[in-house]
Design a protein around this ligand. Sequence first.
Ligand SMILES: [Zn+2]
Length: 311
Amino acid sequence: MGSFLKPSSLEIDRLQALEDDAWAEVERQFAGRLYAYVARRIADQQAREDVLQEIFLGAVRGISSFDRVYTLEQYLFGICRNRTIDHLRRRRDATASQSADGADGVNPLDQMAVEAASPGIIVGERDLRTRTRTLLVQVLRDWVQETWGLGEFKRLMVIEALFLGGWRNRDTWERMGLSGERAVAGIKFRALARMRALAGQGVADRGLLEILSEEEGAVGGKEILLVSDEWAASHASCPARHWLARHLNGSLDEGPKSFVEFHLSQMECPWCLANLDDLEQERVAPQTLIERVHASTMNYLRSRTLPREPS
Ligand SMILES: [Zn+2]
């Protein structure tokens, strides 16, 4: 699955060197899907533009501490989510000071609370990154990739439902048409055993092996939260964009098709839905908006890279 392709270190080097071309390319590739994400949550056109601008400026500012275990898309969507939340909070606070009751029904903030739990990990805005977490992300990604490669899509869906969806064993067997709760427990047991084996292949990390062991007996303790957090934050099971494109044009085989549909409709993955909007040309950013965002990023880059005038 191509979603696991990490950016080449050359690409990151160029972004860290604040090269205009490299950043323009990132904008070209990602502005559409980021805009689609923002547009699903923010109605006001001017606010969308502001947020999109802040996302790219935030990306430029944070790139020097970019953690190369993540992909660029994960990094950008992490920032995108945070900036969107910031905006919604500010708006909520502004509205709250004017009137006591929120008149506009469902608060998008509540909806966002269930999304990827801790993108702060990705964007380095909180100091939660540890070597163990980094290795955990790698193991989850390896496991998903391997399971996908084996064509074990049912297994993938069950584990995704448990870790990403937070489903309980009982709901999972009923909704997935398995024989019973024990079948779910068995799938989870084997998946964790395999993850431990994968973890052991790299640099052995006792903390990681413990997390994956304790997970087995966990019924919603700290461990399960850690794996779930990392699963969500690293988009461990998000299909690459080309799979979404094939989903749209109906050319997926049965296995991948069932998984992609599950991921979209049952997990309601916000990143993949934003990608889908972008591919379908839904919620397209107006060209003028893209141009203004581009100008703002380039201005900022130049202010950072031009030698200062001698005073
Ligand atoms: Zn996804």
